[in-house]
Design a protein around this ligand. Structure first.
Ligand SMILES: NC(=O)c1ccc[n+]([C@@H]2O[C@H](COP(=O)([O-])OP(=O)(O)OC[C@H]3O[C@@H](n4cnc5c(N)ncnc54)[C@H](O)[C@@H]3O)[C@@H](O)[C@H]2O)c1
Length: 324
């Protein structure tokens, strides 16, 4: 099995799953946002390659074959894209293009390899629909707002994946992750839950952007990582796009209260205008909730881990000297 971005947040949980299943796992990660410490230092069935994905793919010998490919490497999140737009845009499109080309001829018999492409709920852009269905129209702001480039790169990745399905019969599955949370997620790229947990542990103010009434659905990373191999092992899923996450919505203000309560913190909530949090003119979405009918019907997916448990596990991970 090949996992790009396998030492990142979601990738490391997936790597753990596949190792536990008894697989031989190759992780390629340039450690730009991932951490080597997210993976076992030594495991006899784990090969870790620190490299840019494109370079690693080019360096693999002709005989290098894989049973499954999971492509999670990306410049992740709106904050990173705003900070370094050229690198982020290029990373998200070029690496996906390279791995799809690679996947067409790398099975044991030289044919296509079942491949999962990580996409994002950001693809829906600022559509006002609730919940988001995989077949809905997407709505973006103008290209002068870098914020939308993350959504567009992920949309291009999806077009590429579907084109490889159509042209090369690649057994490809696209997973649109909604807010995925849990241990090993770091807050420095603007991820809201680790940022809140870190502040709560230190009894520091919790910064809520805007008025805090925007809502999100949070899903534990272990629920998400657990279903990815199932999607890839289910041929009717090939050539399809799946929302993946939880459909239980909570406002960011409620999340801040819940983090404080769950961790017994004395933190106060501080409202921060978007202009201070990102850049002037930043548009946040009021809600982002997935329609999960398709993934439920296809593989019986159901998020099981309660958010309070996720918050406690993240706090325990941070207290062990990890994190932001
Ligand atoms: N966490 C979420 O809520 C969420 C939501 C939507 C989509 N996603 C998608 O899921 C995937 C994994 O995200 P994550 O949250 O685990 O973030 P992450 O930053 O922890 O993982 C990305 C990994 O890719 C690696 N990487 C980046 N560029 C690379 C390159 N050129 N070559 C090799 N490795 C490279 C990073 O070092 C990191 O380990 C991404 O594709 C992301 O867009 C995540």
């Amino acid at each position: 099995m090949l996992i790009s971005g396998g030492s990142g947040f979601i990738g490391s949980h997936l790597t753990e799953r596949l190792l536990a299943r008894g697989d031989q796992v190759t992780v390629v990660d340039n450690l730009s946002t991932g951490g080597r410490a997210n993976l076992p230092q030594f495991h006899e069935r784990l090969r870790f390659i620190e490299a840019d994905l494109k370079d690693a793919l080019g360096a693999f010998g002709k005989g290098e074959r894989f049973e499954e490919i999971y492509h999670l490497a990306a410049a992740v999140g709106v904050k990173l894209v705003i900070a370094d737009p050229i690198k982020s845009i290029e990373t998200n499109i070029e690496q996906t293009s390279a791995i799809l080309r690679f996947a067409t001829v790398r099975s044991a018999d030289g044919g296509p390899v079942p491949t999962l492409i990580a996409s994002s709920s950001e693809v829906y852009g600022k559509s006002a629909k609730n919940p988001f269905n995989e077949d809905d129209d997407v709505v973006y702001g103008p290209t002068t707002f870098t914020r939308w480039s993350y959504a567009c790169t992920k949309a291009v990745d999806e077009y590429l994946a579907l084109a490889y399905r159509a042209r090369h019969a690649l057994p490809v599955v696209v997973a649109r992750f909604f807010n995925t949370v849990g241990p090993r997620q770091v807050g420095e790229y603007g991820m809201v839950v680790p940022r809140f947990v870190e502040a709560a542990l230190a009894d520091k103010p919790i910064d809520v952007y805007g008025d805090g009434t925007q809502s999100r659905c949070f899903c534990d990373v272990r629920d998400v990582a657990g279903v990815l191999p199932t999607l890839l092992a289910t041929p009717p899923c090939y050539g399809r796009i799946f929302n993946l996450g939880s459909d239980r919505a909570m406002t960011i203000r409620e999340l801040a209260d819940l983090v404080i309560r769950t961790l017994g913190s004395s933190s106060q909530i501080r409202l921060v205008p978007y202009s201070q949090a990102y850049i002037a003119g930043f548009e946040d979405l009021l809600q982002r909730r997935p329609d999960l009918a398709r993934v439920r019907q296809a593989v019986g997916f159901e998020a099981k881990i309660p958010i309070e448990q996720t918050i406690r596990d993240m706090a325990a991970w941070m207290k062990n000297g990890n994190g932001v």
